[in-house]
Design a protein around this ligand. Structure first.
Ligand code: PLP
Length: 451
């Protein structure tokens, strides 16, 4: 186990239950204590430097150690450290942020509701959609359709939308009515010889069949990450979203774009909805909204949804949903400063340009004996490791080689994420060309040492 008796490592093992971690393995190996960060790097308490190739958890857009965000938080803490937004109270930073998000977001989105995490935001989505449909007199229209491999959060409701067995097994999920349709993972799920276009047609047909099987009068919404992240970095076929949207519109099924990872420049456009031409009824944002310096999420809704909710709140007396910290002024002030930095430093354009470099460099690894597919757009990429490049056979057991690569990468000064045997890259949007070369060189070294 890492660390001496009574060290932070030892006390961590004694006192903490870690999220999304194998607890017994953790007791055995102990944690790495991350002590500080600067730019694209974090340092452990032994002084070792790592390139944070996943920006924390897909989230630190402006890099670590950004003093402007510290100052924005400090200024706001000194002025108004907290206030709620229930019962006709508000505060300036949360209003300015809502206004700014409405102006940035796809056209139909006219209001912002604030939560603290992506999971809470997606729970809020489910409740808002139910509330809205009840108000429309459509009391049966409650089911959600999500996709296999989706990640929409971890709470009872959002975790039900998630389509990853590891997050559901033995938690008795799903807890809300949901159907999972096939995710747009062409490499894995296309039929032999099936084009991307034909694959997208098939997935749209599957969605329509599921809606008809359930009964359109019972299906409320389709939720999807425009480009799936935590399920293995899965860019869909180019025409996928158009086809999915057409099916949803045909049956009055609301479209929820979960841009908790994609939002704020990740694909080289401000939102992935811009990239794919998605016109959602609801947009979910978090993570890069504050570069995760503060917890914050936003649910953006269309005028129709807002009006339905507002009318019902008048009819029954309240929209009885919200959190103690909804619209908290400190994360809102940090978000505003973070968005200023993203704009002033042209980080969306940097993500586009540096994304081309990163994608090209990673694709050079396609010939590596361990690599089955390299995929991604902008500054998000996945490298799928396979046992057999020809047959695409997975390693047995799945995740073992990914875990080896993950561990060895640390020794090479690199933090990546292993999703089973898919290695994910999602570095801070401030990354430069030289740093990308360094990151990919360390990754190649890691693969060579693992092969
Ligand atoms: N939605 C997506 C697309 C995510 O990737 C995540 C987290 O990774 C969530 C929702 C949940 O966010 P949180 O971990 O803040 O609850």
């Amino acid at each position: 186990m890492r660390g001496l008796p009574n060290s932070i490592q030892a006390r961590d093992v004694e006192y903490v239950l870690h999220p999304v971690t194998n607890a017994r393995k953790h007791e055995e190996i102990g944690p790495i204590v991350i002590d500080r960060g600067e730019g694209i790097y974090v340092y452990d308490d032994q002084g070792n430097r790592y390139i944070e190739a996943l920006a924390g958890l897909w989230s630190v857009a402006v890099g670590f150690g950004e003093k402007r965000l510290v100052e924005a938080a400090t200024r706001q803490m000194a002025k108004l450290p907290y206030y709620h937004t229930f019962s006709h109270k508000t505060n300036e930073p949360s209003v300015l942020l809502a206004e700014r998000l409405v102006k940035m977001a796809p056209d139909r989105l006219k209001r912002a509701f604030f939560a603290n995490s992506g999971s809470e935001a997606n729970d809020s989505v489910i409740k808002m959609v139910w509330y809205y449909n009840n108000a429309r007199g459509l009391r049966q229209k409650k089911k959600f359709i999500a996709r296999t491999n989706a990640y929409h959060g971890i709470t009872l409701a959002s975790g039900s939308l998630t389509g990853l067995p590891a997050n559901q097994r033995d938690f008795d999920l799903p807890f809300v009515p949901v159907r999972h349709v096939t995710c747009p993972h062409h490499y894995r799920f296309a039929e032999p010889g099936e084009s991307e276009e034909a694959f997208a047609d098939r997935l749209a047909a599957e969605l329509e069949a599921v809606i008809l099987e359930e009964g359109p009068e019972t299906v409320a919404a389709f939720i999807g990450e425009p480009l799936m992240g935590a399920g293995g970095v899965l860019p869909p076929p180019a025409t996928y979203w158009n086809k999915i949207q057409a099916v949803c519109r045909k049956y009055d099924v609301l479209i929820v774009a979960d841009e908790v990872i994609n939002g704020f420049g990740r694909l080289g456009t401000m939102f992935a909805c811009d990239y794919y031409g998605i016109d959602p009824d609801i947009l979910v944002l978090s993570k890069q909204i504050t570069s995760s310096y503060q917890p914050l999420a936003a649910v953006m809704i269309s005028q129709e949804l807002y009006d339905g909710i507002a009318d019902n709140s008048a009819k029954i007396g309240t929209f009885g949903h919200g959190f103690t910290t909804s619209g908290h002024p400190v994360p809102a002030a940090v978000a505003l400063e973070n968005l200023d930095i993203i704009e002033e430093k042209n980080l969306v354009e940097n993500a586009r340009r540096m994304g081309e470099v990163m994608q090209a460099e990673l694709r050079k690894l396609a010939d590596h004996p361990l690599v089955g597919e390299v995929r991604g757009i902008g500054l998000i990429a996945g490298v799928e490791l396979v046992a057999d490049k020809e047959t695409k056979a997975k390693f047995d057991p799945v995740g073992k080689i990914g875990a080896q690569v993950f561990a060895r990468a640390h020794e090479n000064g690199l933090i990546i994420r292993a999703i089973g045997d898919v290695i994910a890259f999602c570095p801070p949007l401030i990354i430069n060309e030289e740093q990308i070369h360094d990151m990919v060189r360390r990754f190649k070294l890691t693969l060579d040492e693992t092969a």
